[in-house]
Design a protein around this ligand. Sequence first.
Ligand SMILES: Nc1ncnc2c1ncn2[C@@H]1O[C@H](COP(=O)(O)OP(=O)(O)OP(=O)(O)O)[C@@H](O)[C@H]1O
Length: 268
Amino acid sequence: MNAPPIISLKRATLKYGSRTLWQDLNLEVLPGEFLAVLGANGSGKTSFLKILLGQAPLSAGQVMLDGAPAGRGSRTIGYVPQQKGFPADTALRARDLVGLGVDGHKWGIRLRGKAYRQRVDELLEQVGAASYGKIPVGMLSGGEQQRLRIAQAIASRPKVLLCDEPLLSLDLNHQKEVSALVGRQAKGNGTAVVFVTHEINPILDHVDRVLYLAGGRFMLGTPSEVMRTEVLSELYGTRVEVLEMDGRLVVVGTPDAVFDGHAGEVAA
Ligand SMILES: Nc1ncnc2c1ncn2[C@@H]1O[C@H](COP(=O)(O)OP(=O)(O)OP(=O)(O)O)[C@@H](O)[C@H]1O
């Protein structure tokens, strides 16, 4: 029997004033599924996460997480917000940053002592950060810091992990490592992942489906269904090319123009 969806959007529409970011989005994300959200600057990727977090209301339609309206079950969600590196003089140790994700649950009773330390050790191990647990986060590389943010986000064993551009400013190797870490969280732990990114290539091996946002429209499907010249040309309403070069996908010719409308799910 299939597990019920952990994220469900029905005829979801988001507008700011007269501007439509998307409309009539029907989407169900299953436990363990990895959904990439792609699109140009300003296409509404972060807004999509805010809707799932319950931090912004839909203009129309419905969004449910784990059977409850978004925003009413925050312990179900782990969130890696979009951010730059910590300032070099940040004194907080790596393990204390991760510990912030462990603390504060259990209805306000702080889980301290041995159980707390063990859980932090386990999380540091899980993200490959055990060797730098005692180092101040400001002294760590961007990739190391990002691993810690993910450890913090998964500390409460969330059913849904939302990541907003977690690969920004990482070099290629770190991009791959962080992608693999999030991929393991989906496939190994059954966490549904929603991963906002500009760049699909580092996560291509891990992605099940892509939600591609552009100019008030969207396309939803597997990477091979969506990342095609004819599909993205239809979405953008102008000719764009999807080229495959050395196993990488490159989208060429995307316009900046904003327009309203509705696309839909790519037929399998
Ligand atoms: N509360 C709001 N009120 C009005 N407009 C908003 C609001 N929040 C976001 N917007 C606008 O909606 C658009 C989408 O913003 P959003 O941050 O979701 O885009 P994005 O795809 O994440 O962009 P980027 O890749 O640059 O981070 C932007 O033009 C933004 O200015």
